[in-house]
Ligand binder design. Structure first.
Ligand code: UT7
Length: 332
């Protein structure tokens, strides 16, 4: 029998730390204002982990919910890919800690593409499943950005938050004759890196550089321009690859870095506002967790339904960026 495989997205979960910090809370500790933050970014509040709460703790919570949502058990998972910039330890991978917490024996590793990590991780996971490295893959995006913020730098410290989101990808074998009219799951992914812009968004320390983790540093204005241009172009390339156009997409879930970036992309490539999922106001920029957190909110609100076509886009340090298009859920 002639067969092909599809990589379905069958489960989703997310987790936010309990501690919520409003813009007014930040006004008390630095020279900033609720008005500036809201007008320039769209952020109203964000969540921060406690000192003893780890990236793996958030990732595990989100993963458990995603596995449950997919109707699976941890032992069903063959592969765990964690996108994070804020690992528990320099090594081993935080994914292996999540694996231990879940109590399973999946192949587990971290992916470092900063805010683009979730799109990278889905691209890698889908390719590995297609290449027969298992049938079920857990993709987690989790970051504790609050732990690498410099509270003396108001231009970055007001932007970020902590959180985690996870999805389950499952390989489905299908007879070739059905594939053309029955496209489900990950339809196209396009990821890019340009190291020429390495310094635009980075930490000012690192293990091999100065035996520290360093603090987050960003040239916000330059990143803003790259974000609008690169997220728009990667989305169009991705749509082209699956013979779709903007009108075919039910929901756009961009990286949640700044509402003004989201608006600029929407104007540039003519995405209707009512098709954009935005949670920047309640999450801030949660790096690799931003897309799955937004996706989970939209699914739980009942906006996104089985069979909807989604376009996801993200950009982060590297520069690393990419887009992907998928049909969520599975055929009845
Ligand atoms: O997740 C990875 C991707 N990240 C991004 O995509 C972020 C991209 N960049 C941005 O979102 C925006 O560039 C920022 C939100 C970071 C900054 O917005 P901006 O409109 O580019 O502001 P700016 O940096 O040009 O600063 C404008 C003014 C400056 O004052 P002067 O020099 O005009 O007097 C800053 O000192 O705003 C001042 N400022 C602040 N004021 C109050 C900067 N940060 C703050 C603050 N509170 N927190």
């Amino acid at each position: 029998m002639d067969t092909k495989s599809q990589i379905l997205l069958t489960g989703i979960g997310s987790y936010l730390p309990k501690k919520m910090i409003s813009n007014h809370d930040l006004e008390k500790i630095m020279d900033t204002s609720d008005e500036w933050i809201r007008k320039r970014t769209g952020i109203n509040c964000r969540h921060f982990v406690e000192d003893d709460e780890l990236t793996s703790d958030m990732g595990t919570n989100a993963a458990q919910l995603a596995i449950l949502d997919a109707g699976l058990k941890p032992n069903d998972i063959d592969l765990i890919i964690l996108a994070t910039t804020t690992p528990d330890n320099t090594f081993p991978s935080t994914a292996s800690r999540i694996q231990r917490n879940l109590g399973c024996k999946a192949i587990s590793f971290d992916v470092q593409a900063v805010c683009a990590g979730f799109v990278y991780a889905i691209s890698i996971g889908a390719a590995m499943l297609k290449d027969s490295h298992g049938k079920k893959c857990l993709i987690v995006g989790a970051d504790s950005m609050s732990k690498i913020l410099d509270w003396n730098d108001r231009s970055t410290s007001v932007l970020f938050g902590d959180g985690a989101g996870a999805v389950v990808l499952e390989k489905r074998i299908i007879r070739n004759e059905f594939v053309e009219n029955d496209q489900w799951g990950v339809l196209a992914t396009k990821i890019f890196t340009d190291g020429e812009y390495y310094d635009l968004l980075s930490t000012d320390g690192g293990v091999s550089k100065n035996k520290s983790t360093g603090f987050l540093r960003m040239n916000g204005k330059e990143i803003f321009k790259h974000a609008v241009e690169k997220l728009s172009s990667s989305l169009l390339i991705c749509l082209d690859e699956c013979n779709m156009n903007i009108k075919d997409i039910d929901w756009f879930i961009p990286h949640q870095a700044n509402q003004r970036i989201i608006n600029a992309i929407s104007n540039k490539v003519k995405i209707p506002f009512n098709k954009i999922i935005s949670t920047i106001s309640i999450h801030g920029n949660t790096s690799a967790a931003s897309i799955p957190l937004a996706l989970d909110v939209a699914v739980k609100k009942g906006c996104i339904n089985n069979g909807d076509i989604l376009a996801l886009q993200a950009i982060g340090g590297g520069l690393s960026w990419g887009s992907l298009v998928l049909k969520i859920g599975k055929p009845d």
